[in-house]
Write a protein that binds this ligand. Sequence first.
Ligand code: ADP
Ligand code: ADP
Ligand code: MG
Length: 500
Amino acid sequence: MLSTILIANRGEIAIRIIRACRLLNFKTVAIFSDIDSTSLHIKMADEAFCLGSGDVQDTYLNIEKIIEIALKSQSDAIHPGYGFLSESAIFAEEVEKNGLIFVGPSPSILHRLGNKIEAKKMAKEAGILTVPGSSGYINSVSEAEQITNKIGYPIIIKAAYGGGGRGMEIVENPDALEISLMGCQTIASKFFGSSEVFIEKYIHAPRHVEIQFLADNFGNVIHIGDRECSIQRSYQKIIEEAPSFISARRRNSLGEKICNLAKKLSYRNAGTAEFLWKDRKLYFNEINPRIQVEHPVTEMITGIDLVVQQLRVANNEELSYSQKDIKFSGHALEFRINAEDPLKAFYPQTGKILSLNIPGGNDVRFDTFIYPNYNLPNQYDSLIGKLIIRGENREDAIQKSRLALNELAISGLTTNISLHKAIIETEEFQHRQITTDFLERTKINQILNHYEKLKLVALLIANTIHKQKQDYDISNIQRSREDYNRWREQNKLEQQNGYR
Ligand code: ADP
Ligand code: ADP
Ligand code: MG
């Protein structure tokens, strides 16, 4: 039986996990780096321990220190959230070696799925369509040439252990093959600790579709619907929605295949299978063996608390739902609110939050860790919040999003809220013409620039009107006050003179 959970993360996801722990009456232990000492997750947890200073290697990625804190605080389990150590087989192994529970799949599963080539192989064996490409690592230019001769250009070279949208090189023609291969290998070894890369066909402007699944320790596996995540920048999602635009039949048949694969692997806890959709075909891409940033859109249309389910599974409980219990209601959208300036090449912003207005209302959720006077450090992810909206259908969700995005106000630093406002007003977004090249295709930057100019003009006009109105109002008030005084004087005079 679990009683204390250490949350090996920061930001909005740390808070999200603390809330789920509280629902289950688990005690929570937070960890934080020096620069995070004013973070909200510290205040929300029952206990908090400092990881010291230094870069992420010394803090949120410092396995030894985290395990030490877990033991010291008598934690029974560690929830890794997303990013950081969430997909580290070495971390999960250390956690288990120290008699603690890792809230996620087993180390051997993390090890196998961490390698994208391996994951693709497993999917193929399970009868799932994968993107055409090399069946293993590419070690030489001649090997790369052989594959490209077979599948044709353009291709994409990917780091086998890549993640976070990094370690991918698109190659348009043979001239760029050698240099791109070397470049990708260098990035792969620098960021992912292994120079292993592979090749696949570059699919032009696909859709990103993914399936959420959950598994317990008793062989029960269920799929919990799909998500559409094609609005991306630099391979990173910025708007996600649920459900995606595939038919219920496909959702179920794909979900079933993924569940069978998960069963075969003795997979446990939450996972997401990612696919690329093009010309009515869905190609398997990878499996993320963790909770994902966009999990709330699934929660909004199913009513299932995915993090609570993760914790229950870690507590060796059976899943609270069977496949037939999974029902969908409505449509949900998630907007990743990033501290970055869309008009300045998405440059990350840092600084003090001066004021914050969080939208509310039915089916409006805002997951964040910022608060007024909070100083946002620049060392971490630019994600400062997630606005999640549910509607009866997609149109309703868009209309509610429009209102909520207008209500949401963060001052002190620039965010991408204006980008979201511009995106939802495009015809393409409203008509579901969503593909991974959305931002370029819709020339959203030009629209934004235009909006900014309009806003400036509107601001000038509003200021003038406001000023005129003020002048008018003041003179009005003054006039009425004068009238009143005159009336009072008159009244007094009349009373004195005995007229009343
Ligand atoms: P999701 O599908 O949940 O959005 P992402 O792949 O975008 O997953 O990763 C989730 C978070 O973790 C993002 O904030 C991303 O920047 C970060 N992340 C993921 N993998 C890595 C990695 N290997 N190195 C650094 N950050 C990562
Ligand atoms: P990560 O592990 O960094 O999340 P993914 O393999 O999931 O990397 O890819 C992230 C994004 O990159 C996808 O959502 C898609 O937009 C793009 N991408 C990946 N593979 C391909 C491909 N073969 N063709 C076209 N786009 C791709
Ligand atoms: Mg991915």
